[in-house]
Ligand binder design. Sequence first.
Ligand SMILES: *Cc1c(COP(=O)(O)O)cnc(C)c1O
Length: 361
Amino acid sequence: MSVTSAHLPKALLREEILALYAYHVPDSAGYIKLDAMENPYLLPQALRAEIAELVASTAINRYPDPSAASLKAKIHHVTNLPQGMAVLLGNGSDEIIQLLAMAVNKPGAKLLSVEPSFVMYKMIATFTGMRYVGVPLTENFALDMPQMLKTIQREQPALIFLAYPNNPTGNSFAAHEVIQIIEAAQGLVVVDEAYYAFADDSFIPRLADYPNLLVMRTFSKLGMAGLRLGFLAGSTSWLNELEKLRLPYNVGVLPQVVAEKMLQYHEVLLQQAEQIKQDRTKLFQQLNAIAGVQVYPSEANFLLFRVANATDVFNGLKQRGVLIKNLNSGHHMLKDCLRVTVGTPQENEKFIVALQATLTG
Ligand SMILES: *Cc1c(COP(=O)(O)O)cnc(C)c1O
């Protein structure tokens, strides 16, 4: 068969896909890795041995339980889900964002979020052909309520995502303002609690109060990033419909059994999160004490900070073996901003030493 230009990707793919840049994940081998909001701790050796045994006895020649009933029951329990609420599982919560977008995407439907926030909301709107509306946060990354309410009224978004706490800014929005948005919205509001383990508040206890509210969580930031497991919590009237869109075996048998075992030790993971919260406070104070560094308050397992010539600082840290996230070339409100994940105390110390050396060197 002769290949003509009509067969090339450029001719066959949607324009908005050709215009995208693939989500960039840098090679982190050999670095102190503080770029991706991972939990720096493994489980205690005894628990890892238990997992190894479990994996060895799992029938990986069989398809997984398509309903993941046993894992769901465990999630139900550790999450303290209110009466009448159910969960839908995703291959990471990224997959759930995509599923929600597909579900509500009537012709012309809009997805609304705030900016700066988690970039996947906008990317998935593009993947699925939804229209995207981004409402800027205020200068200190709070919700701009007059703009939010006006835009919701005007655009009538089918789907609103609010990350609570927000990524990459780290703050939680005022709960009463989130409630105002839920009440003003004609469409579905999803509160994305990816950082619930490091935060003081949650919308899960409020699920029953609002018929258009769903809460999404992931276990990625709690120590299971490699497993890829997220969930959506809400009333069965929503979840039974959304289940129709879920691909039958989207959560493999190994993630199912390993996550269930890890959730049996949820307390251990939450203790690690508690340690990370304490170290976050210390790291905040250390950054705050450095002249020329403006650090923002955080309820997550990372800190956003602003520094002159951020890209040079990012590169200087990298030369000294520390990889963080450079946000400088992203959203204009993040000019000269960098984001560091809270690591172990030793990693944090090495980051601070490397930062001081970079700034004075
Ligand atoms: C990390 C993150 C997610 C996605 O997590 P998964 O690893 O896909 O489960 C979702 N929302 C926010 C705000 C995040 O920071």
